[in-house]
Design a binder for this molecule. Structure first.
Ligand code: SF4
Length: 565
């Protein structure tokens, strides 16, 4: 170091240089001095190196991560934000580590997706988010199919303002996009559900914070979903996740202490037509985090980093089989997993497919949850503030988001139920829905997502509006609209599922919005992948086609219990 520096300057510069070295080491770049990666990113760098050595060509996104880890680039994001600059593709991928998705050309702005463990937030957090939206984003939010919230139409100049103010109110958006472990979902009625076997909140929360505080768990081969089902009335759709934990009752006589356990299911990805499959493994609930950690690390080491279409956990399981995979998990964990035959497990208490809408008694005497219908997940900021106020004044202060794109206000006393319903109505929302609207799910679609082939939310509203006036459906029905093959709204598990398609309308090849329509999907005990029944239906015709399907179902079913399957 030059002698032109004062001792203080030298000390500062030495610290600065060693800080840079530490940053490089943490990224796994030459940390040991012998070319061997070390630090939290090493597990990823080594996996990439193995694929390169095997003759593979890393996917573009793997190169982005390798060149500059997003968590070493927050200063760059801030700089772009200060200059109101849109990100180039590599940075657009990186900023998803902070929950920011630049969605041009659909909108020339960012969407910010949060993380909300078990989908439960406090009234003051929802009110705070309304303030964030008012100041820096569009005046509404969307509840997602992972019981999460998204803010939209955020100009680049406000990108870091949103990320930071979300943290100011005790929430965060870290790792909610890109190749990371996504929002941890759980039973929305956890702790209040009369039929639950297990309150999932503490397990979802522990895993949520485990991820947030371990950098080596970011930058997986692809996105990764984990969900906890406590066996309550409302489905958490854990069987559509990479890891699904199902609270089960294990009966006596099968070599393990009878009681409540989690059953481990793996490899769900319904966009690729697969549900999570039973592994035969059960675990004590407090083992969920270490076992998830071991599973994720095996996946980090062996997931495909060359072909994005084959990079999910399902494909490691398909290639290896469950036995080999679970053996690798046991090695990582340092102990064997507990297994029981399927007969050891008691049948799950049944779902109530309308329990996310309307007033329902909690397990606590005299208290109720009130399920509020949101038009395919959308809440204005006035509604966000209004719901926060109702929860604060009439509920227990919690707001519980569901994978059905709506929310519950919990802890409402019998005396206050009517007041709560009236105040919800005064917000322009409702606690009552027809079967058609209660099970209506739609992804962002073409209004805000560049992948979409159709305007899903708008079509969902048109279908509901048209069919509600013409068909009296007396049984729950799920209609899912998804804009593209990414299947964010899980069209394959809907009784009726629509996937966006460009429909050619003339010999010049001009196209309009449309859908391919599937039928017969389901989840839980009725798990099934819907089959395509119509192709290339123009959006404008979709309401009439769905009307005919519903009428056909009602006319030909053997009983009200017969599903679309
Ligand atoms: Fe976008 Fe496709 Fe996901 Fe819909 S399913 S939000 S169109 S990526």
């Amino acid at each position: 170091m030059s002698s032109d520096f004062t001792p203080d300057q030298k000390r500062y510069l030495e610290g600065f240089v060693s800080g840079l070295t530490a940053a490089r080491t943490s990224r796994g770049v030459g940390g040991s001095g012998k070319g061997e990666p070390t630090g939290p990113d090493a597990i990823h760098i080594k996996a990439q190196d193995r694929m390169i050595a095997g003759g593979g060509k890393l996917a573009e996104q793997e190169k982005f991560k390798r060149e500059l880890h997003p968590f070493d680039a927050y200063g760059k994001l801030r700089e772009q934000s200060e200059q109101n600059q849109a990100p180039k593709p590599a940075d657009n991928f990186r900023w998803r580590y902070f929950g920011l998705f630049y969605v041009a050309p659909a909108q020339t702005s960012y969407m910010c997706r949060l993380r909300i463990a078990n989908g439960i937030l406090s009234h003051w957090q929802l009110a705070g988010l309304a303030d964030v939206a008012e100041k820096y984003a569009a005046p509404y939010s969307h509840v997602t199919t992972r019981a999460n919230l998204q803010l939209r139409e955020i100009e680049p100049r406000n990108a870091t303002n949103v990320v930071e103010t979300i943290q100011d109110i005790g929430l965060c958006s870290r790792g909610s996009g890109a190749d990371n472990i996504r929002n941890v979902t759980g039973t929305p009625t956890a702790g209040i559900d009369p039929q639950e076997l297990l309150d999932t909140r503490s397990y979802a929360r522990e895993w949520h914070y485990h991820i947030l505080n371990d950098r080596s768990l970011y930058g997986l081969p692809r996105k990764f979903n984990v969900a906890f089902d406590g066996a309550g009335k409302i489905a958490a759709l854990e069987d559509t996740n990479d890891i699904g934990f199902q609270a089960v009752e294990v009966e006596d006589g099968f070599g393990v202490e009878p009681g409540i356990y989690f059953r481990l299911t793996l490899g769900g990805i319904t966009g690729h037509k697969d549900f999570a499959r039973d592994t035969g493994v059960i675990l004590k609930p407090n083992e969920a985090t270490p076992i998830s950690d071991a599973i994720v690390r095996v996946y980090i080491e062996h997931g495909d980093r060359t072909n994005r279409n084959k990079a999910r956990l399902k494909y490691v399981l398909d290639a290896w089989g469950f036995d080999k995979f679970l053996t690798a998990v046991e090695e990582k964990l340092g102990r064997p997993l507990m297994r029981v035959p399927a007969e050891a497990i008691a049948e799950r208490p049944a779902f109530d497919r309308m329990a996310h809408i309307g007033v329902h008694p909690q397990k606590q005497d005299g208290l109720h949850w009130v399920g509020v219908v949101l038009p395919v997940g959308k809440m204005t900021i006035a509604q966000m503030r209004g719901i926060a106020k109702i929860s604060r004044e009439c509920g227990d202060g919690d707001i519980r988001l569901t994978v059905w794109q709506n929310l519950l206000i919990s802890g409402v006393t019998t005396e206050k139920v009517a007041q709560v319903e009236a105040e919800i109505a005064a917000l322009g929302l409702t606690t009552k829905a027809t079967s058609i609207r209660a099970g209506l799910v739609a992804c962002t679609g073409a209004t805000g997502c560049r992948f979409a082939a159709a305007h899903t939310k708008e079509s969902a509203e048109e279908i509901a509006h048209w069919c509600e006036e013409r068909v009296q459906v007396d049984t729950p029905v799920n209609i899912h609209l998804t804009g593209c093959h990414h299947s964010c709204a899980q069209h394959y598990i809907g009784d009726i599922g629509l996937i966006g398609a460009r429909v050619v309308i003339n010999d010049d090849g001009d196209t309009v919005d449309g859908f391919h329509i599937h039928v017969g999907g389901g989840y839980g005990p009725d798990a099934a992948i819907g089959r395509e029944i119509y192709r290339d239906v123009k959006s404008e015709n979709a309401p009439k086609v769905i009307e005919r399907m519903l009428k056909g179902y009602l006319a030909h079913r053997a009983s009200a219990d017969e599903t679309f399957i």
